[in-house]
Write a protein that binds this ligand. Structure first.
Ligand SMILES: [Zn+2]
Ligand SMILES: [Zn+2]
Length: 187
C-alpha cells in the first residue's frame, strides 16, 4: 500500500536557451506529491505517517523554496551572485532562516545561504522529479513522484527497494540500532 504526501515549493527559474517565454526569469508555486510504498506496519496500521514523509522531504527540499534555481551554464548565475555580493547577502543574512543542509548531487547543488540551487539540467518538472528522487531515494521508499508547476506536470514511478523498519508505536523509521528516534521504542 502507499502513503502519500504533498508539499508546495515556491521558486524562480528559467529555461536557459529555450525558444519560448520560459527563457525569461519567472516564478511558480510547484506542487510535489510523493508516494511511499511498503507493507503496512501493523502496530500503527499505516505504511508511513504522512507528516513524517513531509518532514523528511522538507528537510532537504526547503532549499528549493523561495529559492532561485538556475542551470550551471546560465549567464544569469554570475550576474545574480555579483549583485548578492555587492548587497552583502551572498553569504547569508540573519533573516534567511529557512535553510536546509547544503547538498551536492550529480544533478544539483544547493547554496542555502543565498537561497540558490544550481542544476546540471534545465529545471523542468521532469528535471525536478529526477533531482528529488536522487535526494530522497535512500531515505524513503518512493514509488511515485508527481510534480506540477503552472500548466506543466510530470510523474514517474519507481521500484522501492529499501528495507525500512518502522516503530509499531508511532510508525517512524527506526535508527540503525533499531531504536525509535521519536518515542524510544526498541526492536
Ligand atoms: Zn517555469
Ligand atoms: Zn516510536
Amino acid at each position: 500500500m502507499r502513503s502519500i504526501t504533498t508539499l508546495d515549493l515556491q521558486y524562480a527559474h528559467r529555461f536557459y536557451g529555450f525558444q519560448g517565454e520560459a527563457q525569461y526569469l519567472h516564478g511558480h508555486t510547484g506542487v510535489l506529491t510523493i508516494e511511499v510504498e511498503d507493507s503496512i506496519e501493523p502496530g500503527v496500521n499505516m505504511v508511513f505517517p504522512c507528516n513524517e514523509i513531509q518532514k523528511t522531504a522538507w528537510e532537504v527540499l526547503k532549499n528549493f523554496d523561495h529559492a532561485l534555481i538556475l542551470r550551471e551554464d546560465d549567464p544569469l548565475l554570475p550576474a545574480v551572485l555579483s549583485v548578492y555580493e555587492k548587497q552583502g547577502i551572498k553569504d547569508g543574512t540573519p533573516q534567511n532562516k529557512m535553510k536546509g543542509p547544503a547538498f551536492r548531487t550529480d544533478l544539483a547543488v544547493a547554496y542555502p545561504e543565498c537561497r540558490l540551487v544550481v542544476t546540471k539540467e534545465t529545471m523542468t518538472v521532469e528535471g525536478m522529479i529526477k533531482i528529488v528522487y536522487d535526494l530522497l531515494k535512500d531515505k524513503l521508499n518512493i514509488a511515485k513522484i508527481t510534480f506540477t508547476s503552472g500548466v506543466n506536470a510530470a510523474s514517474a514511478e519507481f521500484s522501492p527497494k529499501n528495507k525500512i523498519d518502522r516503530c509499531p508505536l508511532c510508525g517512524v523509521a527506526l535508527d540503525e540500532n533499531g531504536v525509535c528516534p521519536k518515542c524510544g521504542y526498541r526492536k
